[in-house]
Design a protein around this ligand. Structure first.
Ligand SMILES: [Zn+2]
Ligand SMILES: [Zn+2]
Ligand SMILES: [Zn+2]
Length: 212
């Protein structure tokens, strides 16, 4: 029995070590990457170049989803609504502000900031984990760090949102592991310690078929 318990611990400990090492490597790589990016610049010029590049990324972002099929608009059950609806009005989904209950249109964009700034059009508060949203922004539980790889040539369909300014950031992924840690907000410089609300970027289809 001594032999068999030795075998059991020998079997489990290498796996535990591997997990720990992977985490450590990732953390130190992030640290190194950050110091390379920030060390040579003063704080002021760092802030300037950061906001300029974020503005450019937001201005030139392309829609990530195909436009709503015209037949979905034409075949809408309600003629009065049908007249008001275009692809731009419909967007890719809605989020309802938990403070003022305003319905905000969601639009999924290509690139690092998939929903740009998620701030309420009515009260200017940022989206939080209490706000409700359609499938394109499906809450993703803390602790779930394993997900299918994106299809070849496609972007990661997971994101998290800065709790200070509401800028949405596409998650990074290594293999099938999602990385929500050690991110500095590109908009306001706040650091995430894995505490920003996380979302799966779900399908736009159900909402587009029935936006009301
Ligand atoms: Zn609001
Ligand atoms: Zn909220
Ligand atoms: Zn921010």
């Amino acid at each position: 029995s001594i032999f068999s318990s030795y075998r059991v611990s020998g079997f489990f400990s290498p796996r535990l070590n591997t997990t720990t090492e992977q985490f450590d490597t990732r953390t130190s790589t992030d640290g190194a990457r950050l110091s390379i990016l920030t060390a040579p610049q003063s704080r002021a010029s760092r802030d300037n170049s950061r906001t300029t590049s974020v503005k450019d990324a937001l201005r030139f972002a392309l829609p990530a989803e195909l436009p709503t099929e015209p037949y979905l608009i034409l075949e809408n059950k309600y003629p009065a609504l049908r007249a008001l609806r275009t692809d731009v009005d419909i967007g890719d989904g809605l989020w309802i502000c938990c403070h003022c209950h305003h319905e905000n249109i969601l639009r999924h964009w290509k690139g690092p900031f998939p929903f740009k700034y998620l701030r309420c059009d009515h009260c200017d508060r940022q989206l939080c984990s209490e706000c409700h949203s359609s499938e394109v922004l499906t809450p993703w539980p803390v602790g779930m760090i394993s997900a299918p790889r994106p299809a070849p040539g496609r972007e990661v369909r997971y994101c998290h949102v800065c709790t200070e300014c509401g800028l949405s950031h596409r998650a990074e992924m290594a293999g099938t592991t999602l990385d929500f840690y050690g991110v500095t907000c590109a908009g306001c410089g706040t650091s995430s310690y894995g505490d920003w609300p996380r979302y799966h970027i779900g399908s736009v289809e159900p909402y587009r078929r029935d936006p009301d």
